[in-house]
Structures are given as structure tokens and as C-alpha cells.
Design a protein around this ligand. Structure first.
Ligand SMILES: [Zn+2]
Length: 100
């Protein structure tokens, strides 16, 4: 099956959901209304980390490994949240492999 997607459709979906490594499924996720967490903007625009809310320029953000829109595109997060999410994912995935 081939699904044609255009850029506008991919980035216009701002619904947030968070990947739960242990459940291996997405959970609904939301940030406070006053946070500015765009999927795509100019690099110098100040945004909030989609995980902890700290502010930084969009160009300094990392792509979240867990907070995605409906198409799987990651929202911007700070370095600390990125590393924490990656570490949790690696740890959880290793535990799953040990069980299998
Ligand atoms: Zn953060």
C-alpha cells in the first residue's frame, strides 16, 4: 500500500502523543496551553521543550524520541530530555530482549 503524504499534512497535525517504551504503545500527551511547541518553525524562534517546558531556540532543540504527532514526527525537546528519553528507551528495550 502506498500512502501519499504532503509536507503540509505531516506538519499540520499538532496532536501530541507519547511513546511508552514499556507498553510499546502511544499514550495521549499534552503540554500546558501557554507552551509554544511547534513541529516546525524558524531556527531562531524561542520555543518550549515539549517535555519539561524550558525555553530555547528551536535550532537548539533535539527531536524527541517519544513525543510525536499522529504521523510520527517528533517535537522539539531540550538535550537533557532527549538523553533521558533515549536512555529509558535503550534500557527498556534491553530488558525486553533479555525476556525474549
Ligand atoms: Zn526538556
Amino acid at each position: 500500500m502506498v500512502v501519499a503524504l504532503n509536507r503540509e499534512a505531516l506538519f499540520s497535525d499538532t496532536t501530541m502523543r507519547k511513546w511508552d517504551y514499556a507498553k510499546h504503545a502511544y499514550e495521549p500527551y499534552a503540554v500546558p496551553a501557554e507552551w509554544h511547541c511547534p513541529l516546525l518553525t524558524d531556527l531562531w524562534v524561542v520555543v518550549n521543550c515539549a517535555s519539561c517546558g524550558t525555553t530555547q531556540e528551536y535550532g537548539r532543540c533535539y527531536t524527541s524520541p517519544t513525543i510525536h504527532n499522529g504521523y510520527g514526527l517528533g517535537f522539539g525537546v531540550c538535550r537533557e530530555c532527549y538523553e533521558l528519553d533515549r536512555s529509558e528507551g535503550i534500557t527498556t528495550n534491553n530488558k525486553v530482549k533479555e525476556v525474549m
